[in-house]
Design a protein around this ligand. Structure first.
Ligand code: HEM
Ligand code: HEM
Length: 191
């Protein structure tokens, strides 16, 4: 859809973008999660020193994501997303909604799995240098194995969904058919 049509939907008084709070949380967390996925997937190939620093960052960012996603979920459940203009085909809307809720599940589940897994390790649980209590869990116990496997598979699913999500956003942006991407960008009316 062209920009004239987009601004006319603002002029109609309809809220056509995500609220600034939702946008801020989205972009901040996207940056954090992409950093974490890259570290998670590639750290094995790095030197011990780089691995140590980046994995400490991975854990600190992951714990922060957990705190932020609780706020974000609360916001999402109490604020209706802006409409797609023109409306998306039903399959695209269903797919987008499913991916968004899977993201929420992973943003909650991955930090829990990671925390459980790291609690079974010998290193202290540090959040940007602040020591946090560990969960009592035996390394290689059934629960620890579940957390480890779940974190690995969840991490791969997260990486795959990010690729799908970015591809979809790029398609909507380039095709210019609708306001899908503009809804997550600053500017215009958002309240
Ligand atoms: C949204 C949050 C998180 C994301 C997206 C994420 C993503 C990932 C990914 C993709 C991997 C690589 C998986 C593999 O190759 O098997 C990984 C590994 C790892 N993550 Fe996370 N993670 C998150 C949170 C956390 C947290 C909160 C902790 C700990 C407090 C943590 C600790 C670890 C550890 C220790 C590994 C290495 C596991 C191994 O080498 O076997 N992660 N993470
Ligand atoms: C890497 C982690 C990312 C996660 C976990 C994520 C998650 C989400 C979620 C859950 C929504 C729904 C709105 C909400 O509830 O906040 C959303 C919407 C959106 N995201 Fe992302 N996102 C990520 C990265 C990106 C990136 C890199 C882009 C841009 C290329 C992007 C573009 C969009 C757009 C355009 C929307 C609005 C689309 C719609 O409502 O259908 N996202 N994202």
């Amino acid at each position: 859809m062209n920009s004239e049509a987009l601004s006319s939907s603002s002029a109609s008084g309809q809220n056509d973008r995500y609220h600034g709070v939702a946008q801020l949380l989205h972009w901040l967390m996207a940056l954090m999660i992409i950093t974490m996925v890259v570290i998670g997937l590639f750290h094995e190939g790095w030197t011990d020193e780089v691995k140590g620093v980046t994995m400490r960052l991975h854990k600190s960012l992951g714990i922060t994501v957990f705190a932020l996603v609780l706020i974000r979920l609360g916001w999402r459940l109490t604020h209706k997303p802006p409409p797609y203009t023109p409306p998306l085909p039903a399959w695209q809307k269903t797919l987008a909604t499913a991916v968004h809720w899977l993201f929420y599940a992973l943003m909650i589940g991955l930090p829990i799995g990671g925390y459980l897994m790291s609690s079974g390790g010998s290193r202290p649980m540090l959040w940007f240098g602040v020591e946090l209590p560990k969960v009592p869990i035996e390394r290689e116990s059934a629960l620890w194995e579940m957390a480890h496997q779940g974190h690995s598979w969840g991490g791969y699913v997260m990486a795959g969904l990010i690729v799908l999500h970015i591809t979809a956003a790029a398609y909507h942006l380039v095709s210019g058919f609708d306001n899908t991407v503009e809804r997550m960008m600053p500017g215009g009316s958002s309240d």
